[in-house]
Design a protein around this ligand. Structure first.
Ligand SMILES: C[S@@+](CC[C@H](N)C(=O)[O-])C[C@H]1O[C@@H](n2cnc3c(N)ncnc32)[C@H](O)[C@@H]1O
Length: 222
């Protein structure tokens, strides 16, 4: 199987069953035009985030890694009236693109976009009493994924979902000797999960327009 085939299948899925949303399409176009890297979740993955949030009844979500706001919009679209997404982005230029995309999607009142390194912003969120969040999506710098997961445990409660993206990295997850910080981050996450009784978790390998990767889904159980 090839990347070309995976991309074609993702397109088939998107064309037939992922609802079209001009604001999401335009968010991708505006992000590309502004020179942002093409590393947003794919449309089927965005729909998965949206479905998970709806299944879980998410009212409050926290996202680490906004980029152009594409996944932010998918999450925000899942929330009931009065729901809120806080999204953290370290890169000011990306955040400015995201702010426009979120505004064009009519979600400025739902999304609270904060700019800065997540490890600096997370203590502020805790101090503000924003927690617990119903859903946390970890999708920022991958070497800090273990630290983000530990923060996620502090900022959630029983019944919350923690979704961590890009943990497989073409299979590098199992390369114990890898010195790639991103791969090591995914591996360390799994070591933490192995010792963590507060969550039930699994990791699903995926292929698609974003290549061979995968995500970890963790349910906080107390
Ligand atoms: C994979 S992209 C996020 C994609 C986005 N969630 C989506 O699917 O549309 C990762 C983002 O994390 C941001 N990032 C990197 N380091 C960060 C940090 N320390 N704190 C917050 N954001 C960071 C990057 O600038 C980038 O925009």
């Amino acid at each position: 199987m090839s990347q070309e085939r995976w991309t074609a299948v993702d397109r088939f899925i998107s064309d037939l069953i992922v609802p079209s949303d001009p604001a999401l399409d335009e968010a991708l176009q505006r992000s590309a035009a502004a020179g942002l890297p093409p590393i947003a979740v794919s449309p089927p993955q965005g729909m998965l985030l949206n479905l998970l949030a709806r299944i879980q009844g998410t009212r409050t979500a926290l996202e680490l890694g906004t980029l152009g706001g594409y996944s932010t919009i998918w999450l925000a679209r899942a929330l009931p009236a009065g729901g809120r997404v806080i999204t953290l982005e370290a890169n000011l230029e990306y955040a400015e693109v995201a702010r426009v995309n979120i505004e064009r999607a009519g979600l400025s009142d739902v999304v609270d976009l904060r700019v800065g390194p997540a490890l600096e912003l997370l203590p502020e969120l805790a101090a503000e009493g924003c927690a617990p969040f119903d859903l946390i999506f970890i999708d920022a710098d991958k070497q800090n994924t273990p630290a983000y997961f530990e923060w996620a445990l502090r900022l959630t409660a029983a019944g919350s979902l923690i979704i961590t993206d890009n943990v497989i990295r073409g299979g590098a997850l199992i390369d114990a000797e890898s010195d790639d910080p991103s791969s090591r981050g995914g591996r360390r996450l799994h070591e933490l999960l192995a010792e963590e009784s507060r969550v039930a978790a699994t990791t699903i390998q995926t292929v698609g327009s974003k290549g061979y990767d995968g995500f970890t889904l963790a349910l906080v159980q107390g």
